[in-house]
Ligand binder design. Structure first.
Ligand code: NDP
Length: 292
């Protein structure tokens, strides 16, 4: 039987709808609308699109939003000073620095992210929030894996006692994904490039989350019949000069959907949840800072 396709659009709409309601309730109680500041340094084309989409989402929900554009030549000190300014701006409850930073600032990435007030860290990347997540006491958790959890919940896919296999151990996706699944009482196995006999492990999974960054890496023979397969991967495949790159996931969708019980497509799956969760995190941060 072919798998149920989990389209990100409907889940993202639900998450944004809930965030909007919560934002309006905050405004009613405190007179303050939650606000997000997005800082972009330089003019990387992909980053420009991401930032535009984040602002669009803020507009859609009626959130206050600020876009801070800094030139490619900005120094670390200038960027840190800007973050300090946003940290003390009462209208701003969430701060996001769009990555990657230009080459000249690459080595300063950790210092820059760590300068954000943890209570405004809507990406959930600050060590304080990473630590809180690992002890099960986090308010702000990384958007992509948190969006995956919301999608599983909204789809009534059982995590309690399920064997979840996460392929990938990055700080952005794999590790927080594993922690969040653990908090949902899944039995979690984290795999990476040194893992031996990966297919033997994935074949025992009730839930597979692929965050590898390799096109069609998860094949049908790696999946237990009826398992849920979540594809976080976004791989840009060139279609030749002048043509728009094709986006494909880490899962061999066409074949895996014939075995899995539920599966997310790429595009149109997990990617849409990330911005929706960013909106929710901004609202959560505002609630926390306003003491509501
Ligand atoms: P990273 O490159 O940081 O991590 C990739 C992980 O995959 C690493 O842990 C690596 O292992 C593991 N890996 C690589 N090759 C293998 C292999 N052969 N077998 C098993 N594991 C392997 O990527 P990210 O976590 O940042 O992103 C993963 C994917 O998700 C990318 O395609 C990215 O574009 C996408 N993404 C999508 C988002 C969304 O909104 N949908 C948001 C963020 C990312 P090791 O640690 O040993 O090197």
């Amino acid at each position: 039987m072919a798998a149920k396709i989990l389209y990100g659009k409907e889940f993202a709409a639900r998450i944004k709808e809930d965030a909007k309601k919560e934002a309006l309730a905050i405004k009613e109680k405190s007179g303050v609308m939650p606000g997000l500041a997005v800082v972009i340094v330089g003019n990387d084309p992909a980053s420009t699109v991401y930032v535009r989409n984040k602002q669009k989402a803020c507009d859609e929900l009626g959130l206050y939003s600020v876009k801070v554009e800094m030139p490619e030549t900005a120094t670390k000190e200038e960027l840190l000073a800007k973050i300090d300014e946003l940290n003390s701006d009462k209208k701003v409850h969430g701060i996001l620095v769009q990555l990657p930073l230009p080459k000249a600032l690459k080595d300063a990435e950790d210092e820059v992210l760590n300068r954000i007030d943890p209570r405004k860290d809507v990406d959930g990347f600050h060590p304080v929030n990473v630590g809180k997540l690992s002890v099960g006491d986090a308010t702000l958790t990384p958007c992509t894996p948190t969006g995956v959890i919301r999608m599983l919940e909204l789809s009534d896919i059982n995590m309690d006692g399920a064997h979840a296999v996460v392929i990938g151990r990055s700080n952005i996706v794999g590790k927080p994904m594993a922690n969040l699944l653990l908090q949902k009482n899944a039995t979690v196995t984290v795999c990476h490039s040194h893992t031996k006999n990966l297919a033997d492990i994935t074949r025992t999974a009730d839930i597979i989350v692929a965050a590898v960054g390799r096109p069609r890496f998860v094949t049908a023979d790696m999946v237990k019949p009826g398992a849920t397969v979540i594809d976080v991967g976004i791989n840009r495949i060139s279609q030749g000069e002048g043509k728009k790159a094709k986006l494909i996931g880490d899962v061999d969708f066409d074949n895996v959907k014939e075995v899995a019980g539920a599966i997310t497509p790429v595009p149109g799956g997990v990617g849409l949840l990330t911005i929706a969760m960013l909106m929710q995190n901004t609202v959560t941060a505002a609630k926390d800072q306003l003491g509501l």
